[in-house]
Design a protein around this ligand. Structure first.
Ligand SMILES: [Zn+2]
Length: 243
């Protein structure tokens, strides 16, 4: 694959900082609402972001599992050091800066606690991948594609939609389509590559990355699944620590 177009340089410098930009488009009915502009830099947005983050870290089962898994892998997460609430351009909700292992939460775009939970989970999956493997975020688009597939699959990004479609269509197929589409969008947000190249990268690694459910052990379709997964992880952890 020498000289393949996926080896191109990453996109603009501002986005380069957030190696993995996520949640490219705002979800749900907020679309079309004007950006709050100057207002969004008021301290109250930062304070609200911090409070929602704290609640995610303390109560959300997806987040709690990932924090345990990071600790278990030797990458313990510290709230003040590894998270930063900031204003972001466009509709980006969050990002992961691999060079500093820091997660950026876009305080002007994260709308409520459920959204915060998904963004923190999504970015922690990137952080987990970064911790457990040598991920070449910049030089190998398939690595980025794999982590985006996993983040979309396991964070609940696609669950809300799936819940609706469950009533009408085959859940499994729709979930996969949603994961694929989201992974492509996330790649296009940080890379100056064509949609075709992004699609190709996602399709090449889809099967193996979609089926890699670590550290959840299953696709956590909702909080109940995530709680079970967390319990199983804790038991697994206990088992290994006794060996
Ligand atoms: Zn992402």
């Amino acid at each position: 694959m020498a000289g393949a177009p996926d080896e191109r340089e990453p996109g603009p410098a501002t986005r380069e900082q957030l190696h993995v930009s996520c949640q490219v488009f705002s979800e749900g009915p907020a679309q079309g609402k004007p950006q709050e502009g100057l207002l969004s830099s008021f301290p109250i947005h930062n304070q609200k972001c911090q409070l929602m983050l704290l609640k995610s870290l303390k109560t959300n089962p997806y987040v709690k599992l990932l924090l345990d898994a990071m600790k278990h892998s030797g990458c313990a997460v510290n709230k003040d050091r590894h998270f930063s609430c900031e204003d972001c351009d466009g509709n980006v909700s969050g990002g992961f800066a691999a060079s500093t292992s820091q997660i950026v939460l876009c305080q002007n775009n994260i709308r409520n606690q459920a959204h915060m939970n998904r963004v923190v989970t999504h970015e922690l999956i990137h952080a987990f991948d970064h911790c457990r493997a040598h991920v070449h975020w910049f030089t190998n688009v398939r690595h980025l594609a794999c982590s985006e597939i996993r983040a979309a699959n396991l964070s609940g990004d696609c669950s809300l939609v799936s819940e609706i479609f469950r009533l009408h269509f085959g859940l499994k197929r729709h979930h996969q389509t949603c994961v694929r589409d989201r992974a492509i969008l996330s790649i296009l947000a940080v890379r100056s590559i064509s949609k075709e190249v992004a699609q190709k990268a996602v399709d090449e690694v889809f099967e193996s990355c979609f089926n890699d459910h670590e550290p959840f052990g299953r696709i956590p379709h909702n909080n109940m699944y995530a709680r079970y997964a967390h319990r199983d992880f804790q038991n697994r952890d206990r088992y290994y620590s006794n060996i």
